[in-house]
Structures are given as C-alpha cells and as structure tokens.
Design a protein around this ligand. Structure first.
Ligand SMILES: [Fe+2]
Length: 277
C-alpha cells in the first residue's frame, strides 16, 4: 500500500499512534528486520529473517482469520492465486520463498525494502515486474491492525494477487503508467496514484450477484473486509477515481465497483496503457 510517510521521522522511528511506539524491544526488532531489507541489492539472493515464535503466532492468527473471510469476500481470481501460491499459515513466509513461488506462477519478483520507499521507487519497480515488500510484522498487541504496510499486507494483500498472471500484468502496466505520469508532472502522477488506490488497493467488483474485493488493502484488512459492502459503492468511473481525495487513516467511505473481473482487467489495463500518452 502506498501509505504516506512522515518526513519528520527518522528512518526507523515510529509515529506516536503506532501500537509498537512505546515497546523498545519491538522497535529494535523492527529496525533489525528493516536493516535486512536495506542491505539487499536487487538481483541478490533474498536473506531470510529468523522470525520469532511471537511473530509467527501473529501471522498464524491473522492469516487464518483472513483466509476464512476471503472465502466469502474475495474475488475468484484472488482465491485461485492464493490457492496456487499456497503460502504457509503457521509461520511468516520468507520473502525468498514468496518470490520463488510468485515468479514461477506469473514472472513477478518480490524484493525486500526497509520500509516506506519514495512513491516512484515503489511504482517504478512494478514496471520491471518487481514488487517491493517490507518484511517486518505488526505489533503483537493488536494483530488485526497496522497503521503501515507490513508483511501481512504485502504478502496476503499483494503477493496472492501477483500470483495471478492477469493481475501481475496489470501491476506491470501500472508501473509503466506511473513512469509516464511522473514524466508529465505531479498532477498526472496524483491522478494515477488515486486510480491505483481505488482499484489495486481498494477495488471491488460484481461477481455471482455479490460484491467481491480485489484490492489488496481490503483483502489484508481484518476489520474493513467485513464492512466494505456498507461503503458508498459507486459504478466504475476512472475520471472520478482520478480526482477523488482519500483518507488512508479510516475505512474507505467510497468504493468503485467494476461490472465484472474481466471488465476490470480490460478497463484498468486500457487506462494504464493510456496514461501519459
Ligand atoms: Fe499496498
């Protein structure tokens, strides 16, 4: 997810409202894991993180609960991608193994980063079929909440999507679109970012007479996945998406629904191809 970062904070400092901010052991652990990502160079083998029992337990609880909700709320393409990827539920998967499995399925790579990276670094990597992922996990006191993208969001939300070749192609197209938008200026990049938010992060679609989620933000949120159908659901409208402001700190009050999965892939692909041309 492209959460915004606070420039006032040092690289591994946490904002005051982070659940781990007053837990010195968590802060140093999170920093140590982030250092692993910082030391990684693209193309090198991805170093494993020795996750603790407590961290594995957080993953186990969250992934088990989310998987149950996905049966009800996730679109079929997500479920088939997750089924093909077949990640462990009892421990945090290593990015090395996630990368190997995703790459075998769709040709996409997953690479570690220490935390939030500049917007264009994140989007630009997509153009070379690479998704930049954090490796640390949320604070154990609130396993169903995170104010920042953690390994749960990246893997359960995004990697399961990237296992589907059609969706992987969309992510790559988004990367190319971001580069052209960036070359046009801030306004074009803002418009692109908003469409990315309302689709690949918080998109929904009609399937089998029900509203299903395909956005990684919804699919990785234990709370929001239960209530997204109560949002104001508007018909697919790229112009509206490109101009509507959003607030990352609350459940999304407005969502845009595609008529079907195929229609979403077609329309979003055409939009990404048209950006900056
Ligand atoms: Fe995300």
């Amino acid at each position: 997810m492209t959460f915004s970062s606070s420039p006032a904070l040092g690289q591994y400092e946490l904002p005051d409202d982070h659940p781990g901010v007053s837990d010195a052991a968590y802060r140093s652990r999170r920093a140590a894991i982030a250092e692993t990502g910082a030391a990684h160079r693209s193309g090198d083998p991805i170093p494993d993180v020795e996750y603790t029992r407590e961290e594995d337990d957080v993953w186990h609880v969250v992934s088990r609960e989310l998987a149950a909700k996905h049966q009800r709320y996730a679109c079929r393409a997500y479920l088939s991608g997750a089924g093909d990827l077949h990640l462990p539920s009892e421990r945090v998967p290593q990015l090395r193994e996630v990368d190997e499995r995703v790459h075998a399925l769709s040709g996409f790579h997953i690479e570690p980063v220490p935390g939030l990276v500049p917007t264009m670094v994140f989007y630009g990597a997509l153009a070379r079929r690479t998704f930049l992922s954090t490796q640390y996990i949320r604070h154990h006191s609130v396993p169903f909440y995170t104010p920042e993208p953690d390994v749960v969001h990246e893997i359960i939300g995004h990697a399961n999507m990237l296992a589907n070749p059609l969706l992987a192609d969309l992510y790559e197209a988004a990367g190319h679109a971001s580069l052209r938008a960036s070359a046009q200026g801030d306004e074009a990049l803002q418009a692109f970012s908003k469409v990315f938010w309302f689709t690949l992060e918080f998109g929904v679609l009609h399937e089998d007479g029900e509203l299903k989620a395909y956005g990684a933000g919804l699919l990785s949120s234990y709370g929001e996945i239960d209530v997204f159908r109560a949002a104001e659901v508007r018909p697919w409208d790229l112009d509206q998406m490109a101009t509507l402001d959003y607030d990352i700190t609350q459940y999304q009050p407005v969502l845009f629904a595609a008529e079907s999965f195929d229609r979403m892939v077609e329309d979003l692909g055409a939009y990404f191809a048209s950006v900056g041309r």
